[in-house]
Design a binder for this molecule. Sequence first.
Ligand code: CP
Length: 348
Amino acid sequence: MNPIRHFIDTQDFSKDELLTLMSLIGQLKEADAAGACPKLLEGASLGMLFEEPSTRTRVSFEVAMTKLGGHALYLKPGEIHLGQRESLNDTADVLERMVDVIEARTLKHSTVTGLARQADVPVINGLTDYNHPTQVLCDVFTMMEHAPAGKRLEDVRVTFVGDATNVCNSLAAICTRMGMHFTHAAPKRYQIGEQVRALAEENCKLSGGSWTATDDVNAAVREADFLYTDLWWWVGQESEIPERSRAFMPDYQLNRALLSKAPAHCRVMHCLPASRGVEATDEVLDSPQSIIFDQAENRLHTEKGLLVWFVYPRLKRPSEALKAHYRGQLESFMSRTSELALGEGHGR
Ligand code: CP
C-alpha cells in the first residue's frame, strides 16, 4: 500500500488533483440528485472527532458516509479521552484499528497534523485555528457552478472582505493554487499574515494567478465575481469585539451599498455560521445574488467526494467465493455452539 495521504491542507495537492477531486464531487452530486448515490464505501467507518461545535461539517460528513453505505461516529467535544486522560498518539493508534478514516476539527492546527503523523488511516482536517480546507474545496466547486457564463476558472476574481480567518487563509491558498485572482480587503492589521502571503506568492508563480491585500474595500469589490465574508470574531476573541467592530464597521460590512459597487453578476458567499447584521446584512445574505445555501449544500457533496477519494482505494474487496467461505465457516461454527451461546444446559 502507498504511504497514507491526508487532507490537511490544499497546499498538499496539485491543481490537477484538486480539479480531479472536484470532478468526482460533481459526479457524486449528479448521482445523488438522481437518487442513485452509489454505495462505494459499504461497511466502512468514519470517526468524526470534534473539539468545537459544528453544524455543516458534522452533518455533511455523517450524511455523506451514510449515503455512501458507510457509518460515521460523532466523537463529541469533551466526550472522548483525548487531551484529558489519553494522549493524541494513543487516540490515533486506537482509532486507526477501528475506523477507515478520521475527520478532525481541532482547536490547534498542530493537533490535526499530529494526528495525521501518527494515524495509519487518512485524516481529514475539519477546521483548525489555521485553515479550513474542506470548506474551500467546496467553495471553489461552488464558484465553478456559479461562475459567469464562458468565464474560465483562471479568470475568476474572488474578493474576501473582513478578518483573516482560517477560511480566508485557505481561500487565499486554494484560489492562487488554481490560478484564480484573490484579493483580501481588510484594515491592515487584520489582513492575511506572512505565511499565507508567501504561499500565495509561490502558488501564483506556478499557476499564473494573482493575489493582493488592501484596505481599499471599494476598489477590491469593483471587479469581483465573488464576494466572500466570514465572522469578524470567534470564540475566545470576545474581549476584542469593541476594537474589531470599530475597525470593520461600517466600511467592511457586506451590505447593499458595498454590493452595489461590485459587478451586477457578482455572487455573495459566506461559509456560515453568519452573524447577521454584523459582517453581512440580511438584505445581502438573502438577496438573489447570495449563494450561501448552495454553498452549504455543497459541503455534503464535497465530503462525499473526499471520503470516496481517500477511502475507496484502500478498501478490501473480497471475492464472492471468499465471502461465502467465511460465511459458511462461521454459520457452521455457530450452529455447533448455539446451545452454549444461549446458555442452554448452563449450570448442569
Ligand atoms: N462552515 C462550517 O464549517 O460550518 P460549521 O462550523 O457549522 O461546521
